[in-house]
Design a protein around this ligand. Structure first.
Ligand code: NAP
Length: 247
């Protein structure tokens, strides 16, 4: 499938896990894919895999929580590729703790990457998309942003915030044929969830009607569709990819 041929995409945190799967899916669809990553080793591996698919890739070491780095990174892509058509805000971290014990540092670091980082990236790419009068923005939220989760007040707030950001920006830019959507994954097997104790994994598994945890590719397939021309009448949505966990 080559629906995205000629499109230029930026994936944040695209080196591994869900971000890598999204990067590879968009590349398979024909898009050139740039990565903002802090994990250099994994980003370079993903960039090589993208190029093996016959499209261009570009890895930039950018911490999305730093506005200056984001702006410089987008400027570099604009110079090399003449603008971006697709942004996927995927970079995310967790710093779990019960609210009574949660420090300001734990709160700020999670909000800084997951929500403020998305704000910086959207601001940096929007001008180019407005000029082209076409764009696709997909924010990777989480089902816990809709249902809550104990021990994750910072993470849940960031993911709920991303859904609000999605809706507000969707309304602002709809007249320019730019769509803004969120995807809300459930329990997906990546490094982020590998760290969880088996007891917690089993607890989640019991709540999934489809009876299995998700694969990064399950999320990537939805993100890919939201980036195509065919998804042009979908905006401001937060779509679950969770095996039916939250209905
Ligand atoms: P992951 O395996 O930890 O991958 C996230 C990637 O983002 C890592 O390579 C990470 O680098 C990078 N990153 C972290 N901070 C960054 C920053 N400041 N700037 C740029 N890149 C940064 O996580 P994942 O499970 O694939 O999750 C991807 C997204 O899906 C996240 O937003 C997460 O919240 C969301 N999500 C995941 C699940 C799940 O079950 N896995 C469920 C719902 C939502 P380092 O490893 O060096 O930090």
């Amino acid at each position: 499938m080559t629906e995205l041929r000629g499109r230029k995409a930026l994936i944040t945190g695209g080196g591994k896990g869900i971000g890598r799967a999204i990067a590879l899916r968009l590349a398979k669809g024909g898009a050139d894919v740039a990565l903002f990553e802090v994990d250099e080793g994994s980003a370079q591996k993903t960039a090589i895999s993208i190029e093996e698919m016959g499209v261009k890739s570009l890895y930039l070491r950018v911490d999305v929580s730093l506005q200056e780095e984001v702006e410089k990174g987008v400027e570099e892509i604009n110079q090399r590729w003449e603008g971006l058509d697709i942004l996927v805000n995927n970079a995310g971290i967790t710093r779990d703790n019960l609210i009574m014990r949660m420090t300001s540092e734990e709160w700020d670091s999670v909000l800084g990457v997951n929500l403020r980082g998305a704000f910086y990236c959207i601001k940096a790419v929007l001008k180019g998309m407005m000029r082209k009068r076409w764009g696709r923005i997909v924010n990777v939220s989480s089902v816990v942003g809709k249902m809550g989760n104990p021990g994750q007040a910072n993470y849940v707030s960031s993911k709920a915030g991303l859904i609000g950001l999605t809706k507000a920006v969707a309304k602002e830019v709809a007249s320019r044929r730019i769509t803004v959507n969120a995807v809300a994954p459930g329990f997906i097997d990546t490094e982020m969830t590998k760290a969880l104790p088996q007891k917690i994994r089993d607890l989640f598994l019991n709540q999934i009607p489809l009876g299995r945890t998700g694969r990064p590719e399950d999320v990537a397939n939805l993100v890919f569709f939201l980036c195509t021309e065919e998804a042009g009448y979908i905006t401001g949505q937060a779509i679950n990819v969770d095996g039916g966990m939250l209905m």
